[in-house]
Structures are given as C-alpha cells and as structure tokens.
Design a protein around this ligand. Structure first.
Ligand code: FES
Length: 111
C-alpha cells in the first residue's frame, strides 16, 4: 500500500460536504459524512454522473443524477443495483489526509 497526502488538514471538507481532488492519476471525491472522512471514486458507475453534486444519507453516497445509493463503508450499491464504487483507505495524520493506493503489479515487478 502506498500512502499519498491528498489534502492539508485545513482543506478537509466541512460536515456533509464533498470535495473533488486529484491523486495518483485519479479524480476522487473526499466526503465528510457525520464527521467521518471517506474517499471514493468520483464517477458513478451507473451512467457517469459526478458524485461532487451528490449527498450522503444513512451512511450512503447518493448520486445526483438518478439517486443510486452506495455504501460509504464498503462501496456496495443498494439492493437491486448490482454495482459498486471504490472506497479508498484513509488516514488523518498531523499534517493532513492521506489515501492508500494499492501498488500495481507493474510497480511490484519494476519497483
Ligand atoms: S449516473 Fe449515478 S445514478 Fe445514474
């Protein structure tokens, strides 16, 4: 796992807010739901909606386009959707928010 700093502490989203960031070549959403920080992919797998305009409800991220719901704990779509989103591991350290990325098989071979 490779940990990358993505935001300074003072840049963390406020409660119930969603911020879009770029890290490790990916666009991601940083979400503050009930004072807990989550980092997810930014694009909805249903039809490409952007989660930055979405909101949280009962521990789920709601896509603003067709209101599909995704668990913020495990990324699973609500019953009947049959899809999921990537949820990235996070750590709040003294100097800010870090996100953990799996190393690709190429970097495992070539360093
Ligand atoms: S694009 Fe997200 S629910 Fe349809």
């Amino acid at each position: 796992m490779q940990w990358i700093k993505v935001l300074n502490s003072f840049d963390l989203p406020k409660e119930n807010d969603i911020k879009t960031i770029s890290a490790n070549g990916k666009q991601l959403c940083v979400i503050n739901d009930a004072s807990k920080i989550y980092v997810t992919q930014s694009i909805c797998p249903h039809a490409g909606g952007h989660f930055s305009g979405g909101w949280c409800k009962n521990g789920h991220l709601i896509c603003p386009i067709h209101r599909y719901a995704y668990s913020l704990e495990n990324g699973r779509g609500a019953e009947g959707q049959g899809d999921y989103i990537n949820i990235y591991p996070t750590e709040i350290r003294k100097d800010g928010l870090y996100v953990g990325f799996q190393k690709s098989w190429l970097s495992k071979i070539f360093g």
